[in-house]
Design a protein around this ligand. Structure first.
Ligand code: AMP
Length: 529
């Protein structure tokens, strides 16, 4: 395994192999079956599996020509475009490791990723949603290569790197060794921690297990078409089962320009989309739009709901207006709990599915770390064949986030029903879940404290009918209190992503403290709601 990553104990890994949970296959092979079937559809184009495998192989040769090697980290910040899919498979083929940044990330986040991973390359679009990513790339030091999908300016054009001879995927003569199944295949970003994003190393073996179990649970077949409405760089739309699960099953991946009903619904109709995954805020919008849309959405057979708390009312509305619901609770660190295909409607509305593998070991513990009685709620801990044993280069943080025997502390509060389903009841981690976008409170507080007009700051969630939660910052001002707009401009200047900017700022004379002198966030949360 890559240095800086925590491997599974050898005997556990051996057991996962013997049980067939880890199959020894690598992700690059996913596109090398199903030949002339359509793999990918997007606004104005489509690609067969053969084309996709061929393009990935040719791009892998080009990237190798730049000097990128197996194990090298490459920051990929591409929206849901065919270039993103080519790039992922090219890197898998090469054994280089994509670090999956999200499109809204700016120089604060990307700078951190570049430094932490010592990435050798940074792959960006020329511009996306009015933002020039080449400008951002100019502010990032470290990566030797900036590779641009589109107009490259002074950088390397992605299009120029499809260098290998056509057909190279089939001959297998790529000029480099393929990756090993135990290698890290990709780095996902953690949403649920303190401090800057932690990097989640997913191996070929473990991520394929994730994909395979999720694809089987969704009953994906070559006849399915999955619409990637959410960012593919995020675990949910990438591998739960998402894009990779669909390709594993031989189905079609459909990319939409935006997830709005105006863009997504015509595609659902024309491509006869069968499956998609939504966060609650988007599901609400779609369920409303389905009432007036002229488009035929009847092909949808499964609509995943997850990423943030889903109310029973929303689940029922989606079930009635869009298609059968599958609740999906999970995290980029691993564990997936998704509704089994035979759950009755009442369960689909009220519980967050069941862990996908009988080898997912679940514990629910109280504050002292002791297991709670059956049916009670507590913090959910997990260990299993597709849950990591540690973040990348994060020894200190790992000591807090994992138990000494390898259980991951999810930071979520859950209870387990008699049927083995999970109900997510809240969280202990200091993160705001803003419609599925995770905002670590301490990261925002750090930005706020850097403002000369702010002496103290505490960030808490406030309930929101649309996003589930929004971000509220309590500040103690030093002189004239900064306005919400000033704080927004200040954080943008510091390179924070827009979704991390507080939605509300409340100036107070002092922050309430607990008896031990910590900021009393529980009280602020109550006040804010
Ligand atoms: P990420 O790694 O970005 O997918 O974020 C994982 C976190 O999102 C989990 O630890 C939960 O806090 C939250 N989450 C994901 N799915 C759900 C869900 N169905 N219900 C409530 N919270 C969820």
């Amino acid at each position: 395994m890559t240095p800086g990553c925590v491997p599974w104990p050898a005997e556990t890994a051996q057991r996962y192999r013997e049980l067939g949970l880890w199959t020894g296959r690598t992700l690059d092979t996913l596109v090398r079956s199903h030949g002339e079937r359509t793999a990918l559809v997007w606004d104005g184009g489509r690609r067969t599996y053969r084309d996709l495998a061929d393009r990935a192989a040719r791009l892998a040769v080009g990237l190798h020509g730049l000097g990128i090697r197996r194990g090298d980290r490459v920051i990929v910040q591409l929206p849901n475009t065919p270039e993103l899919i080519d790039t992922l498979f090219a890197l898998f083929t090469l054994g280089a490791v994509p670090v999956l940044a999200l499109p809204p990330h700016r120089h604060d986040e990307i700078g951190h990723l570049a430094a932490h991973t010592e990435a050798v390359a940074y792959i960006v679009p020329d511009a996306h949603q009015g933002f020039d990513h080449r400008e951002l790339a100019r502010r990032i030091s470290g990566p030797k290569h900036v590779i641009v999908a589109g107009e490259p300016a002074e950088f390397t054009s992605l299009a120029s790197l499809y260098a290998g001879p056509p057909g190279s995927a089939e001959t297998g003569e790529l000029g480099f060794e393929p990756p090993e199944p135990g290698d890290v295949a990709l780095f996902l970003l953690s949403g649920g921690t303190t401090g800057r994003s932690k990097l989640i190393p997913r191996t070929h073996d473990d991520y394929l297990c994730n994909i395979r179990l999720s694809a089987a649970n969704a009953r994906l077949t070559p006849d399915d078409a999955y619409l990637a409405a959410l960012p593919v760089a995020h675990n949910y739309a990438l591998g739960c089962p998402g894009v990779l699960g669909t390709l594993y099953a031989g189905g079609r991946v459909v990319l939409t320009r935006t997830p709005s009903p105006d863009d997504a619904f015509p595609l659902i109709e024309s491509e006869r989309v069968t499956v998609t995954g939504l966060v609650p805020s988007l599901a609400l919008l779609w369920a409303e739009a389905a009432g007036w849309s002229p488009h035929d959405l009847s092909s949808l057979r499964l609509v995943q709901l997850g990423g943030a708390a889903v109310s029973p009312e929303l689940a029922r509305a989606v079930g009635e207006r869009l298609g059968r619901v599958q609740q999906s609770y999970g995290m980029a660190e691993g564990l997936l709990s998704q509704s089994p295909p035979d759950d009755p409607p009442e369960l689909l509305a009220t519980v967050q599915g069941r862990p996908l593998s009988e080898h997912d070991e679940i514990r629910i513990v109280d504050e002292s770390g002791a297991d709670v009685p059956a049916g009670h709620s507590g913090e959910l801990l997990v260990r299993g064949p597709y849950t990591i044993r540690g973040y990348f280069r994060a020894e200190e943080h790992n000591a807090r986030s994992f138990t000494s025997d390898g259980f991951f502390r999810t930071g979520d509060l859950a209870r387990r029903t008699e049927t083995g389903h999970l109900v997510i009841c809240g969280r202990v981690k200091d993160v705001i879940n803003r419609g599925g976008d995770k905002v670590p409170a301490d990261e925002v507080e750090e930005h706020l404290l850097a403002h000369p007009g702010v002496r103290a700051a505490a960030v808490v969630p406030v309930p929101d009918p649309y996003l589930g939660e929004r971000t509220c910052a309590y500040i103690v001002a030093d002189g004239q209190p900064p306005t919400l707009a000033e704080i927004g401009a200040f954080m943008r200047e510091r390179g924070a992503a827009d979704y991390k900017i507080p939605d509300r700022v409340v100036t107070v004379p002092s922050l309430p403290l607990t008896p031990v002198g910590k900021i009393d966030k529980a009280r602020l949360r109550n006040e804010a709601s």
